[in-house]
Design a protein around this ligand. Structure first.
Ligand code: PMP
Length: 450
């Protein structure tokens, strides 16, 4: 290729050029095939080049792609809003549309703060979040994120929000049952609220399954039920960040559905449009919308591309496709098989400390020593090595390494399109196994692994 003027994630590295995709496969311009083992960035949930979505995209573009939300609504956006109200639990009936997960979580942050202002409680403006969490890259979203690597350079610009520990079953203290551990972690929220003062706290935000910082960490049953109780007790809104877990990824429509918990807001992105166009959303309860409607009547959020008809038509086609092909049920079924195969790798391979997941959102954690669970130093970049080796072999895997140095090992996420078949999962596993074995051998030669 001629000289590139595009800023890429790793400067100086050569990236292959994408040519096309179909289903779970991607092809570069050299003709190399890749299994999309992580749906890009846990995004392409229904697979690549689905005709129904392409047709919906074309049909909408032929009519009108963009009409500004302050002037018009559109048929596509109204239908999508109604569909999300149908899918979402409780009274989460109102959706504010944006274009990225970061915009969705930052919109939730702003709506939470505005809600308490409208109720005459302007001091309730701080958001509690968790270490080992990722809610986005914009400053507001990053202020709520415990992604140590991404925060590092910007700490002086970030809000000094309180953070609590998220449940991490693989590393729970000895002698505690899973249930006790989950409750102890949830109770940290109460301690944090009391320390800061309930009159200062607007909301608590959490990913139902921890994604980008720790690799599909599933909380113990009971954790989110207790979180809901604590939020209710202290008048704190609960925001479920479902940017990664939403729209069937974990085998239910939303991650929180596994525990029957109804948040006050849900944020969506990624799988919502399956990557066909940028699309994300903040779903809000009736109570919040009524309060704002009866107060100022104006939502202080929004972007140029919010609620554009083109992205709405695509997202609607994606949700219809998920329903028509029962992809939520498939995510649960095939995800269980994927997890079983990953657990086999964890039993067989010394490098793999843990295999975990929910539905089609699974992760592997790499450790120096399986008995002691000793993590690698982040500078070893073990997950980076596995990802590079898998890429070489034609398998895409997503990194999950923003955890806390010395506390968490490094992890990868396996989250293929929800359409993947059993045979294709076997194909994925054999490439993954070969990649891990190759890195493992390299580490054994350097005596870096126990
Ligand atoms: N929240 C969660 C849970 C995420 O996983 C991500 C993306 N990894 C975001 C927010 C940010 O989304 P985006 O990159 O689209 O801004």
């Amino acid at each position: 290729m001629e000289r590139s003027y595009v800023i890429k994630p790793e400067l100086g590295k050569n990236y292959p050029v994408i040519s096309h995709g179909k289903g779970i496969y991607l092809y570069d311009t050299e003709g190399k095939q890749y299994i999309d083992g992580c749906s890009g960035a846990v995004t392409v949930s229904i697979g690549h080049a689905v005709d129904e979505v392409v047709e919906a995209m074309y049909a909408q573009a032929k009519e009108v792609s963009f009409a500004y939300r302050s002037h018009f609504s559109s048929d596509a956006v109204e239908k999508l809003g109604a569909k999300l109200a149908e899918w979402a639990p409780g009274s989460l009936n109102w959706t504010f549309f944006v274009s990225s997960g970061s915009e969705a979580t930052e919109t939730a942050q702003k709506i939470a703060i505005q809600y308490w202002q409208e109720r005459g409680k302007p001091t309730k403006s701080r958001i509690i979040s968790r270490w080992m969490s990722y809610h986005g890259i914009t400053m507001g979203a990053l202020s709520m994120s415990g992604h140590v690597l991404r925060r590092k350079r910007f700490v002086p610009l970030l809000e000094d929000y309180p953070a609590i520990t998220g449940p991490y079953p693989y590393r729970k203290p000895e002698g505690m049952s899973l249930e006790e551990y989950g409750l102890a972690c949830a109770n940290e929220l109460e301690t944090a609220i009391l320390r800061v003062g309930p009159d200062q706290v607007a909301a608590f935000i959490a990913e139902p399954v921890i994604g980008a910082t720790a690799g599909a960490v599933v909380p113990p049953d009971g954790y989110f039920q207790r979180i809901r109780e604590i939020c209710d007790k202290y008048d704190v809104l609960f925001i479920a960040d479902e940017v990664m877990t939403g729209i069937g990824r974990t085998g239910k429509a939303f991650g929180v559905d596994h525990w029957g918990v109804v948040p006050d807001m849900i944020t969506l992105g990624k799988g919502m449009s399956s990557g066909y166009t940028p699309m994300a959303a903040t779903i809000v309860s009736e109570e919040i919308i009524e309060t704002i409607a009866n107060g100022s009547g104006l939502i202080m959020a929004g972007h140029t591309y919010s609620a554009n008809p083109q992205s709405a038509a695509v997202s609607l086609a994606v949700l219809n496709y998920v329903e028509k092909h029962q992809l939520i049920e498939k995510s649960a079924e095939q995800g269980a098989y994927l997890l079983q195969r990953l657990q086999e790798l964890a039993t067989e391979l010394p490098l793999v400390g843990d295999a975990r997941g929910l539905g089609m959102l699974c992760g592997l954690e790499f450790v120096k020593n399986k008995q002691t669970k000793e993590p690698f130093a982040l500078s070893e970049n073990v997950s980076g090595k596995v990802i590079a080796k898998a890429f070489e072999k034609g398998l895409l895997v997503y990194p999950a390494v923003g955890g806390i140095e010395g506390v968490a090992g490094d992890s990868v996420i396996l989250a293929p399109p929800l359409t993947i078949t059993k045979e294709q999962i076997d194909e994925l596993i054999s490439l993954l196994k070969a990649a891990i074995e190759s890195v493992q051998q390299e580490l054994q030669e350097k005596a870096l692994i126990g």
